[in-house]
Ligand binder design. Structure first.
Ligand SMILES: NC(=O)c1ccc[n+]([C@@H]2O[C@H](COP(=O)([O-])OP(=O)(O)OC[C@H]3O[C@@H](n4cnc5c(N)ncnc54)[C@H](O)[C@@H]3O)[C@@H](O)[C@H]2O)c1
Ligand SMILES: O=P(O)(O)OC[C@@H](O)[C@@H](O)[C@H](O)[C@H](O)CO
Length: 537
C-alpha cells in the first residue's frame, strides 16, 4: 500500500481546543487522504499481539509493553463510545510513557458480542477518526481483559475487589441507572434490582456488582474505588451516587452509609460523536489498513472529557493527555447536553420524519440547518449559565460542522433511541425554563411535536421508523391514541412532569402537531425560522 498525501489534522474546532484530544503523542499520526491502494485479501491480517506491526504503515499501533499494564479501571458496558473516547485517553497515558498503572478491564452485561469480537484479537481494536478531509487509524492496546459478566460473575467480582482496581467507569445509558427522570429516585421495584438483592454473588445490574464489591472491600479493609459515570445525563455523578447508594440502602444501611461517605462519584462531561459501525465500514478498514478487525470503531476527530476533580483512590493522570479536571462540571455539561444532545434529538426526529437517514443529509438541507442554528441561538443559549471563558458562538458553529460531517454519516436511528430518557434530560428542561421565563420556544416545541409524531412508528410518507425505547409500547399506544392531541402522552408525568398542565404549552404543541401533519416537516420548519434572517422567504 502507498502512503497517501499527509495533511495536518486541524485541531477540533472552537475555543475549547486546549481541552481537545492531544495531537502530540509519540506515535501521533496526521490525517491522511484515503489511501488509494487497497489491501489484497492476502495482505489483510487478523488483529492480535502477534501480528501487530504487520499491517499497513498508516495504521499506528501501540509501542508500549501491554503486558506491563496494571489493571486499575473496570469499565461497564463497552460500546462504541467507550472504545472511541475513554480508552483512547488511557491508551495515550500508556503510549506517552506517563504511566503503565492504568490498564482497563471491560465488562459487558447484556450481550456476548463484544467478548466474541475482542477476545480473539487480544482485546486490541482499531479506532478510525474521520473528517471530510480524510481519516487516520490507530490500534488501541490499553484494554487488558474483557468479561461477559453473566458467564463469569465471580471473576467480575474478583476484579472489582482486587486492590489494584481504583476506578470503575460506566457507559450504561441513561436507562441503566433506574432513576425516575422527574424525581431522581432509584426504582427499588425493578425486576433486576429485586434479583440482585436476592442473588448478591450473581448480580444482573451494574449496581449489584458495584455494591457487592464495595461490601467485600469494606470487610477486607480495602479502600473503595471511584465511580465515574460517562453517560450523557444531567449531573451524571449524582445519578450514579443515587443509584449505588439507593441500591446499597436496600441491602444494608451501614454499608450504604460507608459508600456515601467514602466513595467519590465525580460528574463528567463526555463528548465524541461515535456512530454504530456498519459491516461496510469494517470491510473498508480491512481494505485500507490491511487489518481484519472484528469490530473497529469509526468516530469524529473531536473529543472532549471534563471531569469533576473528586477521586477517592488516586486520580489517573488524564490531565496530561487533554482531560480537564474542574471543581464543578455543571456548566460544561449543560452547554453540551442542551446544545449538542438536544439538537441531536430534534434533528433525529424531524429528519427521520422527513425521510432522511443520517444527520449529515439533514444538515445539507438548508431548512434544517437554519432550524437547528436558530433553536440553539434564540431558544437554548439565553438559558445557559455564563460560559466562563467559552465562546458559545464558536462552540455552536463547531457543532454545526460536526453534525454535517459526511465522513461519519451518523445514523438518525441512533439519535432517536431512548427518547423517554433523553428528552427529559436534554430538551425538556430548556422548554420548561423558556415557558417559565416567557422566552421563545417555538422551535423546541416543534422538536417535541416531532418526537410525538415519530412515536407513531411511521414517517410523514408512511414508511416505518424504528422506535427503540424501553417505554415504547406505552408511548406508541398513547401517541397513536392522541394523534394531533398531545394530552394522552403529556399525561406521562414521569417524563413530562407538570408540562401537560400548562394550557399554553398544550395548545402550542397541538398546533405544532397539526402543522406537521398538514404542511409536512420542511414547510413547517421553514415557516418557523423565516424572519430570523437565516432563511430566505
Ligand atoms: N456514541 C456517542 O456518540 C456517545 C457520546 C457520548 C456519550 N455517549 C454515551 O455512552 C453510552 C453508550 O453509548 P454507545 O454509543 O457506546 O452505545 P452502544 O449501543 O455502542 O453501547 C451501549 C452499551 O450499553 C449497554 N447497555 C444498554 N443498556 C444498558 C443497561 N440498562 N445497563 C447496562 N448496560 C446497558 C449495552 O449492552 C452496550 O454495551 C450512552 O449513554 C451514550 O449517551 C455516547
Ligand atoms: O447515545 P445517546 O443515545 O444517549 O445519544 C445519541 C447522541 O446524541 C449521543 O451519543 C452523541 O453522539 C454524543 O453525546 C456526542 O458526544
Amino acid at each position: 500500500m502507498t502512503q497517501a498525501e499527509i495533511v495536518p489534522l486541524p485541531l477540533a474546532p472552537g475555543p475549547l481546543t486546549g481541552e481537545d484530544f492531544p495531537r502530540t503523542s509519540a506515535r501521533d499520526i496526521a490525517l491522511a487522504d484515503l489511501p488509494n491502494v487497497v489491501a489484497t485479501p492476502a495482505q489483510i491480517r487478523p488483529l492480535s499481539d502477534r501480528t501487530l506491526g504487520q499491517h499497513d504503515e498508516q495504521l499506528t499501533v501501540p509501542t508500549y509493553d501491554r503486558s506491563a499494564l496494571t489493571p486499575a479501571v473496570v469499565h461497564f458496558s463497552v460500546g462504541g463510545f467507550h472504545r472511541a473516547h475513554q480508552l483512547l485517553y488511557f491508551d495515550e497515558v500508556a503510549e506517552r510513557r506517563i504511566s503503565d498503572a492504568w490498564g482497563v478491564v471491560g465488562v459487558g452485561l447484556h450481550s456476548r458480542d463484544m467478548k466474541d469480537a475482542l477476545a480473539p484479537q487480544d482485546h486490541l481494536y482499531t479506532v478510525v477518526e474521520r473528517s471530510p478531509d480524510g481519516e487516520r487509524a490507530r490500534v488501541v492496546g490499553v484494554m487488558v481483559d474483557y468479561h461477559f459478566a453473566p458467564d463469569d460473575p465471580a471473576t467480575v467480582l474478583d476484579v472489582l475487589t482486587d486492590a489494584r482496581t481504583r476506578m470503575v467507569s460506566l457507559t450504561i445509558t441513561g436507562n441503566g441507572y433506574r432513576l425516575c427522570p422527574q424525581t431522581g429516585a432509584f426504582d427499588p421495584d425493578d425486576v433486576d434490582v429485586r434479583w440482585d438483592l436476592a442473588n448478591t454473588a450473581r448480580p444482573r445490574t451494574v449496581f449489584g456488582y458495584i455494591v457487592e464489591a464495595l461490601d467485600r472491600r469494606r470487610r477486607a479493609g480495602l479502600p473503595p474505588f471511584t465511580v465515574v459515570s460517562c453517560d450523557n445525563m444531567h449531573r451524571n455523578g449524582d445519578a450514579a451516587r443515587a443509584a449505588v447508594v439507593g441500591f446499597a440502602r436496600l441491602r444494608d444501611e451501614v454499608l450504604a452509609r460507608w459508600i456515601a461517605d467514602r466513595v467519590a462519584f465525580p460528574s463528567s462531561m463526555v463528548d465524541r460523536i461515535t456512530p454504530h459501525t456498519t459491516p461496510e465500514q469494517r470491510a473498508a478498514v480491512a481494505q485500507r489498513y490491511g487489518v481484519d478487525d472484528n469490530w473497529p470503531v469509526i468516530t469524529e476527530p473531536f473529543s472532549q472529557w471534563v471531569i469533576e476533580d473528586s477521586f477517592c483512590n488516586g486520580r489517573p493522570p488524564l490531565d496530561l493527555v487533554g482531560v480537564r479536571f474542574v471543581p464543578d462540571v455543571a456548566r460544561y455539561e449543560l452547554m453540551k447536553t442542551r446544545l449538542l444532545n438536544a439538537s441531536h434529538c430534534a434533528l433525529g426526529y424531524l429528519g427521520s420524519l422527513a425521510g432522511y437517514a443520517s444527520i449529515d443529509e439533514v444538515m445539507a438541507d438548508p431548512v434544517f440547518a437554519a432550524y437547528v442554528e436558530q433553536m440553539m441561538d434564540a431558544e437554548v443559549t439565553p438559558l445557559l449559565p455564563p460560559p466562563d471563558g467559552i465562546d458559545l458562538d464558536e462552540y455552536k458553529q463547531s457543532l454545526l460542522r460536526r453534525f454535517a460531517n459526511p465522513a461519519i454519516a451518523d445514523q438518525l436511528y441512533r439519535l432517536c433511541r431512548r427518547g423517554s430518557t433523553k428528552m427529559p434530560h436534554h430538551l425538556l428542561p430548556s422548554l420548561r425554563e423558556a415557558l417559565d421565563t416567557e422566552g421563545p420556544h417555538a422551535l423546541l416545541t416543534l422538536a417535541v411535536a416531532a418526537w410525538f409524531r415519530y412515536l407513531r412508528g411511521v414517517d410523514m410518507a408512511g414508511r416505518p421508523v424504528p422506535v427503540d425505547d424501553p417505554k415504547s409500547d406505552l408511548l406508541q399506544e398513547l401517541a397513536r391514541a392522541g394523534g394531533t392531541d398531545p394530552r394522552p402522552l403529556l399525561g406521562e408525568r414521569s417524563i413530562f412532569g407538570d408540562l401537560g398542565e400548562n394550557p399554553r404549552f398544550v395548545t402550542e404543541l397541538a398546533d405544532a402537531l397539526e402543522r406537521l401533519e398538514r404542511d409536512g416537516v420542511r414547510q413547517t420548519l421553514a415557516a418557523a425560522v423565516r424572519g430570523s434572517g437565516r432563511l430566505r422567504p
